[in-house]
Design a binder for this molecule. Structure first.
Ligand SMILES: Nc1ncnc2c1ncn2[C@@H]1O[C@H](COP(=O)(O)OP(=O)(O)OP(=O)(O)O)[C@@H](O)[C@H]1O
Ligand SMILES: Nc1ccn([C@@H]2O[C@H](COP(=O)(O)O)[C@@H](O)[C@H]2O)c(=O)n1
Length: 193
């Protein structure tokens, strides 16, 4: 049976950074599930048809990491039929041997509720905005407003809202370097293996 690590949390909290590092450390597969929603939103047209017809080329677009793509993703991610269209792919990905790390918003709660390890990665709003602004070369205040708007939409939607699973371990990266955050995550996984 595959060893599944589920990582959820609000925007720019460091989920992807930790997920990639864990996958590299343990030799596991990694899926950034936010890219599925970003690619769906970026396709335009009917979002349900877009999600059902996602192709590798859609996921390889070079404009998916932008703030605009994040906002578009968050809007279409509230549509239950869009989410339903992406479930099977994510669950199949998670079952790959020897293990998989998936990061997103509903991995521990909906996609992989039986995951061996569940992390809920958080950081203060200001720290997240500063990190994302530095990454995108954007204004931190504008970033702060955008992240808060996205988090609110993601946590208030009826379908698979952003929230920690009851059995998730919360990891606050506000005051942690990337190296320290990754070291803590590795220690948590080691404990569960
Ligand atoms: N502990 C940390 N210290 C400093 N910078 C960090 C830390 N963790 C992540 N970062 C940086 O913050 C930014 C956001 O991190 P990351 O992309 O991992 O967040 P995320 O939660 O996956 O975001 P999203 O929700 O948009 O997918 C990146 O530029 C990353 O390099
Ligand atoms: N499992 C997931 C992953 C993402 N979303 C939505 O996509 C948006 C973009 O995600 P990023 O991780 O790339 O920032 C995000 O704001 C969510 O609306 C989701 O619903 N479920």
């Amino acid at each position: 049976m595959a060893f599944i690590i589920a990582i959820d949390g609000p925007a720019a909290s460091g989920k992807g950074t930790i997920a990639r590092a864990l996958a590299g450390h343990f030799g596991f597969h990694h899926l950034d599930t936010g890219m599925l929603y970003r690619a769906t939103g970026a396709k335009g047209g009917d979002p349900v048809a877009a999600a059902r017809g996602l192709t590798p080329a859609d996921l390889a677009r070079d404009d998916l990491r932008s703030a605009e793509a994040g906002q578009a993703a968050s809007r279409i991610a509230a549509i239950p039929e869009v989410r339903a269209a992406l479930v099977d792919f994510q669950r199949r990905f998670a079952e790959q041997a020897p293990g998989a790390v998936l990061d997103g918003r509903d991995i521990g709660t909906v996609i992989c509720p039986g995951a061996a390890v569940k992390l809920y990665v958080v950081a203060s709003d200001e720290v997240r905005a500063a990190r994302r602004a530095a990454e995108l070369g954007a204004d931190p205040d504008e970033m702060l407003a955008q992240l808060r708007e996205r988090d609110l939409r993601d946590s208030q939607r009826a379908a698979a809202p952003l929230r920690p699973a009851d059995d998730a371990v919360v990891l606050d990266t506000s005051a942690l370097s990337i190296e320290d955050a990754v070291a803590r995550a590795i220690a948590l996984v080691e404990r569960a293996r």
